[in-house]
Design a protein around this ligand. Structure first.
Ligand code: MD3
Ligand code: FE
Length: 203
């Protein structure tokens, strides 16, 4: 069932469940070309979440800052192409959530293991905040932390499970958000891990 979490934020529970096996196989192929790696923050800390990308643009973080790059800094080669299945699923989910015409050029793939987390932040490295963001959760469940546009706003907790898709746009686009420390567990599709696809229009 679709659920409005708040203005501009719609959860499509289980929307990606039927495609999960194909998505996970494609992620494994992408990781063969562009391995998961832990990136450094501009402040010099190592992120606990491991990341890779596919698509024309990939999100990276290092001592120089956060940005999108067309090449994987590890190999110097373009990020692996975004599989047709990815773009089509993201566009279908966005349209159903009320954001028609979404054409993502970037897919950040986050891998969480128990004990890892993503601290509260805003996604501000994209050119057009009028474009929504679509996220797909696979494997172990997580508690998504969802605040307001201002840093001090109250933070809600939303459980995201295997196959859940959330679209964020309009007034939700610049909300602070994060992922609570992942609980220990084992999932039949991913083992001891949660994978998240974040689709964006970066350029
Ligand atoms: C709400 N990833 O990669 S996806 C990120 O589960 C990121 O890996 C999380 O935050 C993850 O930047 C959350 C859901 C998400 C993504 C972007 C948003 C929610 C958002 C932007 C604005 C508001
Ligand atoms: Fe984010």
């Amino acid at each position: 069932p679709d659920e409005v979490l708040g203005p501009g934020a719609i959860r499509l529970a289980g929307f990606a469940r039927a495609a999960a096996a194909d998505l996970l196989a494609a992620i494994a192929d992408i990781a063969d070309l562009a391995p998961f790696r832990r990136m450094s923050t501009p402040g010099g800390r190592m992120m606990s979440v491991a990341m890779t990308n596919c698509g024309a643009e990939g999100w990276v973080s290092d001592a120089r800052g956060y940005r999108y790059t067309p090449e994987d800094p590890l190999s110097g080669r373009p990020w692996p192409a975004m599989p047709a299945l990815f773009g089509a699923l993201a566009a279908r989910a966005a349209a159903r959530a009320g954001f028609s015409g979404f054409l993502p050029d970037a897919c950040l793939i986050n891998r969480y293991e128990p004990g890892t987390r993503l601290t509260l932040h805003q996604d501000r490295n994209e050119r057009d905040f009028g474009q929504p963001i679509v996220s797909v959760s696979l494997g172990l469940p997580a508690i998504f932390l969802w605040g307001g546009t201002a840093r001090g706003d109250a933070v809600r907790r939303v459980r995201l499970a295997h196959g859940d898709v959330v679209a964020w746009g309009g007034p939700a686009r610049l909300a602070h958000h994060g992922i609570h420390t992942l609980a220990e567990g084992e999932h039949p599709a991913t083992g001891r891990a949660r994978l998240n696809l974040t689709f964006r229009r970066a350029g």
